[in-house]
Design a protein around this ligand. Structure first.
Ligand code: GLN
Length: 369
C-alpha cells in the first residue's frame, strides 16, 4: 500500500477540486484538473507514482478521471466488489474498481478485489470469471452498438478519436451498428442528480457530530452542536447535494421528483436490456471533452455535472463499463473511450478493451513529468 489518494469530498465532483485537502493537478498539464472524484488515484497512476489504484464510481468517478489522465478505469457490475468499510454516497449506485495503466493490469486488480462478500448485503452472488482468461482473444464477429443519443457537448477532438476507434473495431472484424437507440439515456443526468443526492442526504444524516467524524461542541445545546457540526464540517458541494436530496425526498415533492426519477431509471434499464439483445458491447466516448483548466467549472455546478453525461447511464443501470485511452487531442491531452457491457459480462469487456488497446497502441503512454 503506497498511500491514500486525494478525491472530491464524499466522492461528489468531477474535478477533485471539492477536496478538503486542496485540488489535485493533472500530470499531463498541471494547470488542468485530473477529473474526479477519484482524481488523486488517476493522477498517481499517470504520474507513475504507483502501478495500480482504486477508485469508487457512483456516476463516473473511475471512468472520467481515467479518461482525463490517460488511464484504464473499470467500473464493474453493481455489487461485484464489496463495499464493506466504504462510506456510502449513493447506495444504489456506488461501486469500487481499478485504475491502471493498461487493460491487463486493470483485469488483474479487479480479479483480486471482486467476489461475493456476506458483509455487504448488496454483494453480487455470481462468481466472477477469471478475467485474465479474456486477454489476447480474437473479437471478430463481436457486435458493437453505437447509440445515436450520446453526442451532447462532444468536442471535435473527441469525435475524431471516437470515429477512429470505430474504424479499429471494424478492422478487427466486429460488426458495427450505428443505429442503436437509447432515448431515455438522455434523462440519465436528471435521474442521477435526483437519486444520488437523495441517497446521499440519507447516508450523510449520520454525520451529526455524535458518532462519526468532525464534531463541533462549542454550542449551548445539542441541537446547536449538530447544526454547527454540519455547517462547518461539510463543504459547499456536499451541502448542495444534501439540500437537493432533502428537497427531492420531502413530502409533497417525493412523487414529482424521487418517484418519477425511479420510474425513468426503470425505462433506462429496459432500453439497455433491449439493446443487449442486438449487440455485445455499447461504445461511447467517456467524456465530451478532455481535461479542463482548474477553476473553470468550479462555480458552475451544472457545467461540472455535464462532464458525466456519457458515464451516468451505465451507472444508473448498474452495468459494467470501462474507459480505455483512445487517443490524444491536438494539444496532446488524453481522450477516453467507454465500453459498456451487459450485467456480469466483465470478461467480454476485458476481451474487447484489450483487443482495442493492442490495435490502437496507446497503452502505457505516460506524460512527461
Ligand atoms: N461526478 C459525479 C458526481 O459528482 C459522479 C461522482 C462519483 O461517481 N462518485 O456525483
Amino acid at each position: 500500500m503506497v498511500g491514500k489518494a486525494n478525491m472530491d469530498e464524499f466522492a461528489m465532483g468531477s474535478s477533485t477540486e471539492h477536496s478538503a485537502f486542496g485540488p489535485t493537478h493533472n500530470p499531463w498539464d498541471t494547470s488542468l484538473v485530473p477529473g474526479g472524484s477519484s482524481g488523486g488515484s488517476a493522477a498517481a497512476v499517470s504520474a507513475g507514482e504507483c502501478l495500480l489504484a482504486l477508485g469508487s464510481d457512483t456516476g463516473g468517478s473511475i471512468r472520467q478521471p481515467a479518461a482525463l489522465c490517460g488511464n484504464v478505469g473499470f467500473d464493474p457490475t453493481y455489487g461485484r466488489v464489496s463495499r464493506f468499510g466504504i462510506i456510502a454516497f449513493g447506495s444504489s449506485l456506488d461501486q469500487v474498481g481499478p485504475l491502471a495503466r493498461d487493460v491487463e493490469d486493470a483485469a488483474t486488480l479487479l480479479d483480486c478485489i471482486a467476489g461475493h462478500d456476506p458483509r455487504d448485503s448488496t454483494s453480487n452472488p455470481e462468481p466472477m470469471p477469471d478475467l485474465r482468461h479474456y486477454l489476447h482473444r480474437d473479437i471478430s464477429g463481436l457486435r458493437i452498438g453505437i447509440p445515436t443519443e450520446y453526442t451532447q457537448g462532444m468536442e471535435p477532438a473527441v469525435r475524431d478519436s471516437f470515429e477512429n476507434a470505430i474504424g479499429i473495431f471494424a478492422a478487427l472484424g466486429c460488426t458495427i451498428d450505428r443505429g442503436l437507440s437509447l432515448p431515455s439515456s438522455e434523462h440519465a443526468l436528471a435521474v442521477y442528480y435526483i437519486i444520488a443526492p437523495s441517497e446521499a442526504s440519507a447516508n450523510l444524516a449520520r454525520y451529526d457530530g455524535v458518532k462519526y467524524g468532525f464534531s463541533d461542541r462549542t454550542g449551548a445545546t445539542m441541537w446547536d452542536n449538530m447544526e454547527q457540526t454540519r455547517a462547518r464540517g461539510f463543504g459547499e458541494e456536499v451541502k448542495r447535494r444534501i439540500m437537493l436530496g432533502t428537497y427531492a425526498l420531502s413530502a409533497g415533492y417525493y412523487d414529482a421528483f424521487y418517484l418519477k426519477a425511479q420510474k425513468v431509471r426503470t425505462l433506462i434499464n429496459a432500453e439497455f436490456e433491449e439493446a443487449f439483445k442486438k449487440c455485445d458491447i455499447i461504445l461511447t466516448p467517456t467524456t465530451p471533452g478532455p481535461a479542463f483548466p482548474l477553476g473553470a467549472k468550479l462555480n458552475d455546478p451544472y457545467a461540472m455535472y455535464l462532464n458525466d453525461i456519457y458515464t451516468l447511464p451505465a451507472s444508473v443501470a448498474g452495468l459494467p463499463a470501462i474507459s480505455v485511452p483512445s487517443g490524444l487531442t491536438p494539444e496532446g491531452l488524453p481522450i477516453g473511450l467507454q465500453l459498456i457491457g451487459n450485467f456480469n459480462d466483465e470478461g467480454r469487456i476485458i476481451q474487447t478493451a484489450h483487443a482495442f488497446e493492442r490495435a490502437n497502441g496507446m497503452a502505457n503512454e505516460l506524460p512527461e513529468v
